[in-house]
Ligand binder design. Structure first.
Ligand code: PMP
Ligand code: GLU
Length: 395
């Protein structure tokens, strides 16, 4: 018998859809996969060279659990350079992807029965990690009408004496929304009144912003000691497979995360850490070509989606996802079967249009589906055209 803990855990919807798409592709089906969120670019050569040098220099042994000293120094400098944040090396913990950073944090601060505020839509793994820790997710809803952002008043109304943590991403996966400095300032004012609440600010898409400027929640001094800033190299440097994420946190939280990691996995891959030093010591403008490509594709796909009757789409300023409201199609029939929600609709699009997208349900929004537009332009055009054809055939 499996544990209750594992029975509570659902499979990651993004990974499940990517697996299904891979399986169908291997069977010879012409699947276009817009399900998994990862840059379709190669890791830049200077980063790969640093990894090769790392191997030659015998960076091949166990290292400190929280990461090599010079990597944590590079991260400390990066926080200052890019975000204006002061984190000393002992406030930084390097992990096997931001995914592990988030899990470490939740396991470190959430007790059974603690409430964790999660604005919707949210990145899939937040909720399951909270449930794994026996915390209680408390959802604060946003919709396409508010550009998928919550207000400070909504946050305030959700806080109880059981609230322990609040978790959000900006730029947001799946909506691409970006909270401005002013909006974060209002959220900071609420948090300031509740010094026992910890806020996790997931900033992994910080370099993929097309309009406006990325702002960090920890910039507000009055709450700096309540904020854990999560980041990583996966998205900014096209390094999803290298598995490097990190946090900047108050020392007591950083020490707790190191303790969790010391029992579960230890320090992450030595070679990846050498590569991450090269990435983080470089001006992030080196990735501007990727950002420009995403920007162009975003506009392309939005234009095409707007041509599909009934599809509502906003213009997200960041990340590489679109999160259209497709509720117009719920209740319609295909082969006698009713499409009752976004999960049925994504199954339908996979089987009829051969396009893999992810149901909004997994992200806490039952009206939407998520597209990753980190794909080749020709494929994107083909995908939306097939989606249009499939949807307009529904009645
Ligand atoms: N946070 C968000 C918002 C994400 O979209 C992802 C995955 N793409 C992660 C964290 C985890 O990233 P990784 O584990 O690759 O660093
Ligand atoms: N985070 C990416 C996504 O949302 C990758 C998949 C995952 O790690 O769950 O698609």
């Amino acid at each position: 018998m499996l544990s209750d803990r594992i029975e509570r855990l659902t499979e990651s919807a993004t990974i499940a859809m990517a697996k299904k798409a891979r399986q169908l592709k291997s069977e010879g089906k012409d699947i276009i996969s817009l399900s998994l969120g990862e840059p379709d670019f190669d890791t830049p050569d200077f980063i790969k060279s640093a990894a090769k040098e790392g191997i030659d220099q015998n960076y091949t042994r166990y290292m400190p659990v929280n990461g090599y000293d010079d990597l944590r120094e590079a991260i400390s400098n990066k926080f200052k350079r890019d975000n204006g944040l002061e984190y000393s090396k002992d406030q930084i913990v390097v992990s096997t992807g931001a995914k592990q950073s988030i899990a470490n944090l939740v396991m470190s601060v959430v007790n059974p029965g603690d409430e964790v505020i999660i604005p919707t839509p949210f990145w899939v793994s937040y909720v399951d990690v909270v449930k794994f820790a026996e915390g209680i997710p408390v959802f604060v809803e946003s919709t396409i009408e508010t550009d998928f952002k919550i207000s400070a008043e909504q946050l305030e109304a959700a806080i109880t004496d059981k609230t322990k943590l609040m978790m959000f991403s900006s730029p947001c996966n799946p909506s691409g929304s970006v909270y401005s400095k002013e909006e974060l300032g209002k959220i900071a004012k609420v948090l300031e009144k509740h010094p026992n609440i910890i806020a996790m600010s997931d900033e992994i898409y910080e370099h993929i912003v097309f309009e406006g400027k990325h702002a960090s929640l920890a910039q507000f001094d009055s709450i700096k000691d309540q904020v854990v800033t999560v980041n990583g190299v996966s998205k900014a440097f096209a390094m999803t497979g290298w598995r490097i994420g990190y946090i900047g946190a108050p020392t007591w939280i950083a020490s707790a995360c190191t303790k969790v990691q010391g029992q579960f996995t230890s320090g992450t891959s030595s070679v990846s850490q050498r590569a991450a030093i090269a990435a983080l010591n470089t001006d992030p403008e080196c990735t501007s070509q990727m950002r420009e490509a995403f920007h162009k594709r975003r506009d392309l796909v939005i234009g095409l989606l707007k041509e599909i009757p009934g599809v509502k789409v906003n213009t997200p300023p960041g990340a590489f996802y679109l999160f259209p409201d497709v509720s117009h199609y719920f209740g319609k029939q295909h082969n006698g079967k009713t499409i009752s929600g976004p999960s049925d609709l994504s199954e339908f699009l996979l089987s009829e249009a051969f396009v893999a997208v992810v149901s909004g349900e997994a992200f806490g929004d039952p009206n939407c589906i998520r597209f990753s537009y980190a794909a080749d332009e020709k494929e994107l055009i083909k995908a939306v055209s097939r989606i249009k054809e499939a949807l307009t055939a529904l009645n």
